[in-house]
Structure formats: structure tokens, C-alpha cells
Design a protein around this ligand. Sequence first.
Ligand code: GAP
Length: 448
Amino acid sequence: MPVKVDMDKIVSLCKRRGFIFPSSEIYGGLASCWDYGPVGVELKRNVKETWWKAIVQDRDDVVGLDTSIMMHPGVWAASGHIDNFTDPLVECKSCHLRWRADAVEGKKCPQCGGELTEPRMFNLMFKTLMGPVEEEASIVYLRPETAQGIFVNFENVVTTSRKKLPLGIAQIGKSFRNEITPGNFIFRTREFEHMEVEYFVKPGTDEKWLDYWIKERFEWYVKLGIRKENLRLRQHGKDELAHYAKDCYDVEYLFPMGWSELEGIANRGDFDLTQHAKYSGKELSYRDAEAGEKYVPYVIEPSAGVDRSVLAFLVDAYDEEEVEGEKRTVLHLHHSLAPIKVAVLPLSRNEKLTPLAKEVFKQLCPNFMTDYDDSQSIGRRYRRQDEIGTPFCVTIDFESLEDKQVTIRERDSLAQIRVPIGELKKVIEAKLKGEAFDASSLWATRRM
Ligand code: GAP
């Protein structure tokens, strides 16, 4: 049974091994902003790439898009974000800390016990000024969701892609929200990345498609290794639905702080296209030539956070085990998510081993994200690779110089196989695709 991990351990592992650092750390950091380090950026890229593959590449009914972060301010008036994207905020009259009103029980400040103000609505969109003139007319917003870039391009995409409905448009990109209470590491931040699909369907088929996407998205996490018992679905109550939503389900994950939203899958009805048609004066409907119909499509929206997914994958993969009397921390990350797929580790920095080890590295690195490490003891290097979730370590020893074979060690079972260097790429490719790591079948087994 894997250990239950607390957030401090995840934060510390992320810092220690180069996944995630506090932003601007040498200046004391900036609240709720984080930087992805060398292995973190690989993990994050892999999350986005697996999502893109499942949503866009493997399907013929979804196309991709990449729209600008700053958009015409009319977009946010039409979408309802200027009027409705707000949280109720209270401020302590003594220490002046601000809280989300719905996160505070009673009328006292949770920090100092001081008296709180009456709630007022606080808009979560970041504002900035575009161009050199500082005036009201230059105000633009940093997008709080990527979705609106999709809605305003609906006509462009339908026309150029020559696709019929149902049609999905997918986008990955940064979003910004001036959250009143960010926190829990990368769970809630003011700058984060969204992975969103707007799936346009014929009205009347929307409920069927909502069910479909709920199942599809739930399974995506399971396929990538998240344990089913740590996932659940929760339907929004009428009082918590966003201003645009007819219905919404959250995929929740059992994070260290408890069950929390990982992804939202909403039925946005025809709210957005209708609003943009009204505010822009452009017709945004779909003409089905075959059926001789014209309608404003309904939209099903699976909306996930990249950073929140990264956190869930890290938490779920984390384990502490006892191996031969020693504690080992290991990330059992799915192969497709692991930042480094294979590490090349010469037994020592001996000058006889280095040329062969470098040759092996050169053979592997164009094919897989490969790490080369020859510092410290082999045991410590294995521990580092286990902690960053590397599925395979290749060790070059003195026998390798003679027999031109190397040892592959598998992260989860710790089994080892001996493989001819000429076969290495092929073997690792097969193992990464899920071929069993059978220490007996191919070549002789040997424990290091
Ligand atoms: N377009 C719909 C939309 O944005 P949302 O439920 O507000 O819906 C979707 O956000 C997902 O985006 C969330 O489930 C979460 O994974 C991620 N997300 C939202 N706000 C976030 C924040 N402040 N920090 C990190 N991730 C966030």
C-alpha cells in the first residue's frame, strides 16, 4: 500500500530534485508563483503532450488552436467576466488581511481575531494597460480562461477546417486569476496553464455529450496511472454553477489537503456564442447543409489545469519503500509522464568506462530524454533517478568493456537484465511501451 504523502514532502522533493522552485527565490519569492526546473518542465511538457495526443491527434473531431492572452475588452463584457467573475471578499479591520468571505466562518479574522468588513465583490481578472497612453480606454485584461479565444474563433475554425459538428476546438495556454486565497503549492496560483476543449454540438444532444466527456476525461487520468480510489466525480449544486453553466461535474482528486477539484466538465449551453453574437454583431451559428438546418451550437467544456494535474500525478506516484534495510523514495510515474526515460550511469568515473558510457548516451539521447550521471556512488545515483521517476537506469561496468553488454535496472521492480549495447534502443523502446520487464527471458540476469 503506497504511503499517504503530505504536501511538505512533495514541495521538498520538488525543490531538492529540480521539479519546481519558488519564483524569484533570490528576492525572497513572489506569493503563489512557481518556476518549473529541469525535470519539472519535462513532466509538465509530458502532461500537455499526452493531453494533446489524446484530445487532438488521436481523434478526427477535435482541432487545435493557440490564441492571444490579451483580447479585445469587449470579449470579457460579452462573456460575463467583467460583471460576474468575482469572489466575495472581506478585510480584517486590524491586520488588513483579505479573505474570501465564503472561506471564513463567523465575523472574526482567522489570523488575528479582528473584526471583518462586510463582504464586497472582487473581480479576479488582472488588468493592464495596452500601449503608451495610461487611460481608461487602454485597459486590457489577462485572460482568466483560454475558452474565450476559442469562442471568438468559432467561425474561423469551422470555415477553415471544413469539419462538421460535433466539433471540438482545443487549446493549451496560460491563464491568470487574481485569486484572493491562492495556496497549496501549485494547486491554486494566480498564473497557471489551462488545457481546455470547447466541444460544439447540436442542441438536444448536449446531455449525451456531457456524459461522454465525463467518462473520457475520468479515464484519461486512470490510464496515466492515477488510482481510481483517489478520483471521484461530483456534480455542482445549482448555487455553485458558474454564470455560464447549465450543468457541471468536477473530477476530484484526493490531494493531501483533501478531496478537491482537478478538472471541471461543464455544459455551457449556447451562452457564449449567443453573447458574442450579440456584442460583436456577427452571426455565430452553424449551418448544417445536409440536414438543411441552422442553429447556435451548445458547448461541452472539459477544462483541466496543467499545474493541478502535475500535482495530482506527483502525489499519486509518490511512495516510500524499504529496500534491503534502507528507505527509498520513488515516483512510480507512468512511462509517458516520466521526465527522464533512461539514465546512463557508468559504474564509476574511471577513464576506461567513460568513452563507452558516452557512446551509449549518444546512442540513446536522440530517441529518449536521457540523463548522463557519473558523480557520487552508484547507489546515490539510483536514489536520485528513483526520486525523479526515471523508469530505466543503464549501468556500464568493466565487464561491458569486454562483452559489450550493459545492465538495465527497472525502477519499480528493481529487476535487472543484461542487454547487448546494439540492442539497447530497441529494448528500451519496447519496455517504455509496456513490454514486461522479464529478467529471465532475453539475456542473463544479474544483481549488481
Ligand atoms: N473555462 C472553464 C474554467 O476555467 P474552472 O473550473 O474555473 O473552469 C478549470 O477551471 C480548471 O483549471 C480547474 O479544474 C483547475 O484544474 C484549473 N484552475 C482553475 N483555477 C486555477 C488556479 N487558480 N490555479 C491553478 N489551477 C487552476
